[in-house]
Design a protein around this ligand. Sequence first.
Ligand code: PMP
Length: 416
Amino acid sequence: MSASAIRALFAVASRPEIVSFAGGNPAVEALDFEAVEDVVRQVIRDAGATALQYGVGQGRPELREHLVTVMGAEGITAHADELIVTAGGQQALELVASCFVDPGDIVIAEGPTYVGGIGALASCQADVRHVAMDDHGMQVDQLEDLLAELQREGRRAKYIYTIPNHQNPGGVSLSVERRHRLAELADAYDVMVLEDNPYGLLDFAGKVYPSIRELIPDRTIYVGTVSKTFAPGVRTGWIAAPAPVRDKLVLLREAADLCPSSLTQMVVETWFATQPWREQIDSFRDVYREKAEAMLRALDEEMPPGVSWTRPSGAFYIWMTVPAGIDTDDLAAKAIGRRVAFVPGRGFYADGSGGDRLRLCYSQPSPERIREGVTRFGELLYDELALVRAVYGTHGAPEPRARPADPAPSRGQEPG
Ligand code: PMP
């Protein structure tokens, strides 16, 4: 595994003079810190000896009950016994990869997909095959072609990794029709699905989509996290999996770190038991909706012709495509010079493509700073396009070439 250039970018992007659209950090400052303090105190005061002791590998039953209720807020049914508490969704992705993947095994993922998801797969030397997306998520007809092609070759993917709701980095959701088609295809080709759902409760209009797990429960490994609905600092996520898979994952989890932190599990449990968590999620939604609107307005006004982007209806991300002749790795370095940061596209593909794409995250800066950052970025893009025209004239620039993929994007390079 190797560190990627993105890690260096994050170090620079955190400087105060830079408007950062880079890291996908939730707006934890919108939490009621006094309420959090009360919760932490209550845990230590009422059950300190339990909170400071080892726990069980699967995670506390009390917390798992609350997580079942959280899943219920999206219309997903589960039993606490099916759940394993993990150190965030990231550990869940890693455990599932190490459970299923031997070197060279095929895993299908959206293209682009979550950097940390690629990192988990790369650490197991998976052969990641991407399926392109459009405004309605993964293009399931292409998924079908790929599954059929693999079948002809006598091969089978270990699983299909999908982030169906407000995808990171695509900023789009899988349409209801395509969810049904994906479920049918998984059944027809006998493939498991890994459904990663950190953002399902952050739809700006409060809309919830049907979960893949509800459609094909026996084939779906569901991953949830409290990172975006409460706080990533408590490192609490979970897996809901069919019993045989759950049992293996518990063993792997125990081999990695024995058990989840009792202290943070009890903090999260007490948060859900005593605080108005649904209202808190509503207020997170309002925060992100306002920022998304500010970002989209600014982009509509400041971007040169030829640049296109997705229009999110929830969560944090906008996925942008720039005109031929501009390479977003180079552009990201130049953007730092203009005091604005974003993540270039290649890190979101396992095959080195994405050189004409980039991700903008609006979850952190204020609406005013968002406007400032987009203005600076627009000026840079106008200058770059003038340069491209000067070099290539009216013949147009060549399509960007795929660079060899980073052998293994390291995990942790992208905070969120
Ligand atoms: N999956 C996706 C799609 C994500 O965007 C993230 C975090 N940005 C994670 C999983 C993991 O987050 P955590 O470990 O904090 O739950």
